[in-house]
Design a protein around this ligand. Structure first.
Ligand code: NAD
Length: 485
């Protein structure tokens, strides 16, 4: 299978595509058919060296531009991404299997939002002036240096931009390693950035598995690491970065609660549960996979949910009407099927779905378990697939304690018409990203990230600037300086 937008080599370094076929081959599989659509090669030590040296060499000159100049390039790239949205969305669908109906509105568009937002912000990044009598201190907001971004496979274009845009706006350079499952999209991001005028070496992409990520994280020339991935990988990468005293951002997994109170608008709550469990076939880190429904409305909720799920159009992701696609890989499909089997073995009630679909590719039907209890594996572990666990509750105090009884803390949502309760519950959630009468909105203007095991630092909004820059204080004495001797 070929398509016009396919990147022409495995890596993008120093402003150009680079190939080194001596690296381990990584097959790119189209999840909707299981067909191989491309092969990339993992970065060899020579490629990693080239990327790090290019990023280092380019950094000082990039940082020496004014914010306006840096921002202009990012904004130009944003416009180009929007103009090429169709081709980029087709590529994203080939890379991930997500339906075109999603990728055409949520991936290159979200990446472009980040480039536009930080492009606009670049010129506004300043230090401050602190008066101390006649003396004064000023602060300079300085870049960190060379940043490494490591991506997961669910949003390859978005992750490449969410990390790249703030990093570059602050005057850093970046080496991005996409997930080995979805290596193609980030290459197009690099290509577009350079076409928009980015100097060579400022944004580089190298391919590989965990060991390539690990080589980057442990290199003394790297100043910051931003990972989007699972908690176990996060622990390893955080520890490795700590050994080198590097800055980190960790965007990790979750098992987020979504609470539906008895006064909720049921139709909206069902929409929230669908968006929070089945968008991208459930492969979204912030998903509200523990859906706590007040016992008095549980059956009504499940009825509407089952009816609405029958309207899902499962099939060829390239067809515009398809609304539900395959899992990203055979491996991920097997993980999800194993969790479904565990749910059944533990005695949860299978309301709908629960099986692989009889067609090529890695399709698992949208699955809902009811009567799930807190101790079941499907209520405790991140599944990262289309599996919703519905749990009952009676009181607010009880559901809040249960919602927070997890090592994760990425997201949480509440559906209620009671204004005071909505805000009280949002305040009580141990989670970094919360929703009231909504779920999974991720505008670039809002900080995004987790607490507890779900992460460190924030992406998006002005908050991300704090994680891609550092402050230098400069004390300025205006008079004579006294010393004890
Ligand atoms: P993963 O942890 O297996 O891999 C993530 C990335 O880390 C990959 O690029 C992988 O090659 C790399 N990696 C693996 N071991 C490494 C090591 N030792 N050193 C450096 N890099 C290493 O995650 P995944 O399966 O690709 O993605 C799914 C996970 O990502 C889920 O847990 C999901 O919740 C999480 N996720 C989080 C967010 C968020 O913003 N919080 C967004 C999307 C996905």
């Amino acid at each position: 299978m070929t398509y016009s937008t396919q990147p022409t080599a495995s890596h993008f370094i120093n402003g150009a595509y680079v190939e080194d076929t001596s690296g381990t081959p990584i097959d790119v599989i189209y999840p909707a058919t299981g067909d191989k659509i491309a092969t990339v090669h993992a970065a060899t030590p020579a490629i990693i060296e080239q990327a790090i040296e290019s990023a280092r060499a380019a950094q000082a000159e990039w940082a020496a531009l004014t914010g306006t100049e840096r921002g202009r390039i990012l904004r130009r790239a944003a416009d180009m991404m929007r103009a090429r949205n169709h081709d980029l969305s087709v590529l994203e669908t080939f890379d991930t299997g997500k339906p075109y109906s999603e990728t055409s509105v949520a991936d290159a568009t979200s990446g472009a939002d980040a480039l536009e937002y930080y492009g606009g912000m670049a010129a506004t990044l300043t230090g401050e002036h602190i008066q101390l009598g006649e003396d004064w201190v000023y602060t300079r907001r300085e870049p960190l240096g060379v940043c490494v971004g490591i991506g997961a496979w669910n949003y390859p274009t978005q992750i490449a931009c969410w990390k790249g845009a703030p990093a570059l706006a602050c005057g850093n350079t970046m080496i991005f390693k996409p997930s080995e499952s979805t290596p193609l999209c980030a290459l197009k991001v690099a290509e577009i950035l350079h076409e928009a005028g980015l100097p060579a070496g400022v944004y580089n992409v190298v391919q590989g598995l965990g060991e390539v990520g690990s080589s980057l994280v442990t290199d003394a020339r790297v100043d910051k690491v931003s990972l989007t991935g699972s908690v176990p990988t996060g622990r390893k990468v955080y520890a490795a970065a700590a050994a080198g005293m590097k800055h980190v951002t960790m965007e990790l997994g979750g098992k987020s609660p979504l609470i539906v109170f008895e006064d909720a608008d049921i139709e909206n709550a069902v929409s929230g549960a669908i968006l929070g469990n089945f968008y991208s076939s459930g492969q979204v880190c912030s998903n509200g996979t523990r859906v706590f429904v007040h016992a008095s409305i549980k059956e009504a909720f499940l009825d509407r949910l089952s009816t609405r799920l029958r309207a899902a159009v499962i099939g060829d992701p390239m067809e515009p009407e398809t609304s539900f696609g395959p899992m990203v890989s055979e491996r991920q499909m097997q993980i999800v099927l194993d969790y479904i089997a565990k749910g059944q073995a533990e005695g949860a009630r299978l309301v709908t779905g629960g099986a692989r679909l009889d067609r090529p590719g890695f399709f698992v039907s949208p699955t809902v378990f009811a009567d799930v209890t807190d101790d079941m594996v499907i209520a405790r572990e991140e599944i990262f697939g289309p599996v919703m666990a519905v749990l009952d509750f009676e009181t607010e105090a009880d559901v809040m304690a249960r919602a927070n009884a997890t090592e994760f803390g990425l997201a949480a949502g509440v559906f209620t018409r009671d204004l005071a309760r909505a805000h009280r519950v949002a305040a009580g959630f141990e989670a970094g990203t919360c929703f009231i009468n909504s779920y999974n909105d991720a505008p670039v203007e809002a900080p995004f990230g987790g607490v507890k095991a779900s992460g460190v630092g924030r992406e998006n909004a002005r908050a991300a600037i704090e994680h891609y820059s550092q402050l230098k204080s400069v004390y300025v004495r205006m008079g004579d300086l006294e010393a004890p001797f």
